[in-house]
Design a protein around this ligand. Structure first.
Ligand SMILES: Nc1ncnc2c1ncn2[C@@H]1O[C@H](COP(=O)(O)OP(=O)(O)OP(=O)(O)O)[C@@H](O)[C@H]1O
Length: 262
């Protein structure tokens, strides 16, 4: 039999011994204390953990908003901790998609213009912009609000427009920071179902959340504690309900240690 030359697929994201220290020598906070994990193409990973465990710091380092004190972060094999300031905005625009708690849409632009913005900045031809915006808007169920301004949309619609904006450039990685934090339960569910569908269609998603229900939509949950990866749960073939119960068990255990887990 011919030898197989198949290489394991390169992870989309690889964090290696990431440390982030804040403060001065006399008053140091070790927000990340040697975090290492990989995210493969097409994965959907929830990052959980008590308040102060380092979730936001980790997301900020992956999104290049902040720089680790030591360690390396690779996106598609490229060490993003080595990017020069002038390369960062291009990296973010081309490789990352963001969904924040507050949709962060620009008030003076319509939904269509908000979704199209990164493509316009990249000088994508108008015909392709129209086709891509129409496609993602249909997938996220916001095709009927494309000509509305943010103040004319519901909170749920704004978040789904933000999700459409995050994926329209076909980024390597979608980073969601408490995306359901400001939504009621119906709109949370709609957004989570949309993210799940995007993941089914191939998007790689990392979502920071306090919410076990939201995390149960992911395929894997990583738990941070005191700046370290403390535990990991994989959904596998389990139902979402079973996965939710497993997540709740870990959350209550962490909470049982006096941590503030909402
Ligand atoms: N700019 C900063 N200067 C000093 N310390 C900071 C700074 N940012 C975060 N920290 C500290 O780093 C640790 C991790 O904070 P981080 O915001 O990443 O936690 P988190 O898990 O996102 O918390 P939460 O769930 O409350 O948002 C905390 O102890 C926090 O006080």
């Amino acid at each position: 039999m011919a030898p197989s030359h198949a290489q394991p697929a390169q992870p989309v994201l690889s964090c290696r011994d990431v440390e982030k220290l804040y403060g001065t020598r006399d008053n140091v906070t070790r927000a990340l204390d040697g975090v290492s994990f990989d995210v493969a193409a097409g994965e959907y990973v929830a990052i959980m953990g008590p308040s102060g465990s380092g979730k936001t710091t980790l997301l900020n380092c992956v999104s290049t908003i902040d720089r680790p004190t030591s360690g390396h972060i690779y996106v598609d094999g490229q060490d993003i901790t080595a990017l020069r300031p002038g390369q960062l905005s291009r990296f973010r625009r081309e490789r990352l998609g963001f969904v924040f708690q507050d949709s962060n849409l620009l008030d003076t632009l319509t939904a269509r213009e908000n979704i199209a913005l990164a493509l316009t900045i990249n000088h994508t031809p108008a015909k392709e912009v129209a086709a891509r915006v129409g496609g993602v808007a249909r997938r996220l169920g916001v095709a009927d609000v494309l000509d509305k301004f943010p103040h004319e949309m519901s909170g749920g619609q704004k978040q789904r427009v933000a999700a459409a904006r995050a994926i329209v450039t076909d980024p390597s990685l979608v980073l969601a920071d408490e995306p359901t934090g400001a939504l009621d339960s119906r709109n949370s569910r709609l957004l989570l179902e949309s993210l799940e569908e995007l993941n089914d269609a191939g998007a790689t998603i990392i979502m920071v959340t306090h919410d076990s229900f939201a995390a149960s939509y992911a395929r894997r949950a990583l738990f941070l504690k005191d700046g370290r990866v403390w535990n990991e749960l994989v959904r596998g073939t389990k139902t979402r309900k079973t996965f939710f119960n497993e997540i709740m068990d870990v959350v209550s255990f962490l909470g049982g240690e006096g941590a503030d887990v909402r």
